[in-house]
Design a binder for this molecule. Structure first.
Ligand SMILES: [Zn+2]
Length: 532
């Protein structure tokens, strides 16, 4: 009992002795740190019987180095760029661990690490030697002057890591992998080894906060991250999901972060599909444009064979005039337009059904359909004269409707005409005309141009462009017009229409119109091409 009491009192006494000794022997002194152009600053230190100890906490704070304290295990850990430096109170062993490899080395300092007022103190000379060796920063310790010199620049304020974390976000077109960085990382490369699903990102002259990287929550896209820190570079190795087909580094202004687009297989396939679709559309448009070239002109000589057409005052048959004009016009086109093919609905005196005429034109892929006719009045002879150009529209005037009726009456000579044409009522003409709307504009332009050139060259009255529902124009998938070249019911015009010279002049006037129309058409086609 007595013995125990003595022990207790000794135990109680020891801390007081220790304190007494400390108060007597431990003297706080300062250490100067010299930066270029900066006033000296100070670190807490202890002089213990001539041996100098520096506060590790103070050192870490001063140099903005991360550190951790474990009170229960009496441990202090300081984080250097590539190493962890661990010390234990009252222990002379300092453990240095390389972060990248997790390889540790143990260094023995001559006297144990001290712990006082919640601060750890390491033997200054040996501590600075280790820091000098492992921090990679240019500190040098001068024992005599008790000065720690910072030869170049002070460490930058703020975090010490270049790479501070990893983020992954879904994007519309895949995923965005962000390597968060504190400064601009200029040298890096990203390589996806698709077969084994590894994405290697190598960043030169950088160090990574491995702890922060470990916070990344892995998932089906990024399954694992390995960080290899070497003295000169960081390699981030991502094990990516099998769905990742392509990794593409992105450049974005205004951020230091390094961004890599991860394209999934499905998305790459979708892109490829879209690309091929666009290509097909382009090809089709190009084909369509070349298809639209004014390369085939269909000339339709009205009537023929058992259908003479109208008969002139002096018995001139319409079918003969129309064929002669048609052949002369075709010859002119063939002679001067080498890129244009001429297709005739008939080249001799034979009967061709009206429906067959546009069928021939469509089969030949014609780009302009010109139907040639001669006009007439009910009462002959008459003074009515001049040419007229008709568009396929329901007849607007009574006379236009009458002329259409006369030209259309030829269907009665066709076998089975009732079935073939019975649908062609006035309303149906409107529908057919609407279906033709794509060609209507060009039909109108051609009619305008041709009526001008014909009026100029033939020096005859221009009756203008008219509209009527001509069966022959129904179903032509191209700009189309019907030209009434003149009146066979008019003695003077009949003379012109039956003469070779008159026919030639009419053909030349029509050809002039076609020439101007083609120039306008080709120009418009060029504009649609350059506009796309
Ligand atoms: Zn006719």
């Amino acid at each position: 009992m007595k013995e125990l009491r003595l022990r207790i009192s000794l135990a109680l006494l020891i801390p007081f002795l220790f304190l007494f000794q400390q108060a007597d022997a431990f003297e706080k002194i300062t250490i100067r740190i010299n930066y270029a152009n900066r006033p000296p600053s100070y670190l807490k230190a202890l002089d213990l019987g001539g041996a100098l100890y520096v506060s590790s906490n103070d050192f870490a704070t001063h140099f903005s180095l991360p550190f951790a304290v474990s009170r229960e295990r009496s441990k202090f850990e300081i984080r250097l760029p590539h190493h962890r430096l661990k010390m234990t109170a009252h222990n002379p062993f300092v453990v240095i661990t390389e972060v990248a490899t997790n390889v540790s080395s143990v260094y023995q300092v001559p006297t144990p690490v001290q712990f006082l007022d919640s601060l750890y103190y390491a033997p200054a000379h040996h501590f600075f030697e280790l820091v000098e060796r492992f921090s990679g920063v240019g500190v040098s310790w001068e024992r005599e002057s008790r000065t720690l010199s910072y030869s170049t620049t002070p460490p930058p304020p703020g975090p010490q890591f270049d790479i501070t974390g990893i983020e992954l976000e879904p994007r519309l077109n895949g995923y965005l992998l962000t390597v968060k960085a504190n400064r601009k990382l200029n040298e890096y490369e990203a390589l996806l080894k698709q077969n084994d699903g590894w994405l290697f990102v190598t960043i030169a002259n950088a160090n990574a906060d491995t702890n922060a990287i470990k916070q990344f929550k892995t998932g089906p896209i990024v399954r694992q991250i390995l960080t290899f820190q070497s003295p000169t570079s960081v390699q981030l190795t991502f094990r990516v999901g099998t769905d990742v087909a392509r990794a593409e580094p992105l450049t974005e202004e205004g951020t230091n972060n390094l961004m890599i687009a991860l394209h999934t297989r499905a998305e790459v396939e979708k892109e490829e599909l879209e690309r091929r679709k666009q290509e097909l559309i382009r090809e089709r448009l190009e084909r369509e444009r070349s298809r639209q070239k004014l390369d085939v002109i269909v000339i339709d000589a009205g009537h023929g064979g058992k259908d003479p057409g109208t008969i002139g005052v002096n018995k001139t048959r319409e079918k003969d005039v129309t064929l002669a004009v048609a052949l002369k016009l075709g010859a002119l086109i063939e002679k001067s337009m080498k890129d244009v093919k001429v297709v005739y609905t008939r080249k001799n005196d034979r009967f061709v059904e009206l429906y067959r005429r546009t069928q021939i034109a469509n089969e030949a892929d014609g780009k302009l359909f010109v139907s040639i006719h001669c006009n007439s009045t009910e009462r002959k002879p008459s003074s009515a004269n001049g040419f007229e150009i008709y568009l396929l529209r329901p007849g607007k005037t009574e006379s236009a409707t009458r002329i259409a009726e006369r030209e259309n009456s030829v269907i009665q000579l066709e076998e089975g005409y009732e079935d073939r044409y019975k649908e062609l009522t006035e309303e149906n003409f409107i529908l057919v005309a609407m279906r033709q709307s794509a060609f209507v504009r060009y039909s109108e332009r051609f009619a305008e141009i041709a009526s001008e050139t014909m009026a100029n060259q033939l020096k005859i009255r221009n009756s203008g462009v008219k509209q009527a529902g001509f069966y022959v124009l129904v179903g032509a998938s191209m700009p189309n017009v019907l030209v009434e070249t003149g009146y066979l019911s008019n003695r003077n015009e009949e003379r012109v229409l039956r003469s070779k010279d008159g026919q030639q002049k009419i053909a030349e006037a029509l050809f002039e119109g076609i020439k101007h129309f083609k120039e306008m058409y080709d120009k418009a086609l060029d504009e649609t091409r350059s506009g796309s």
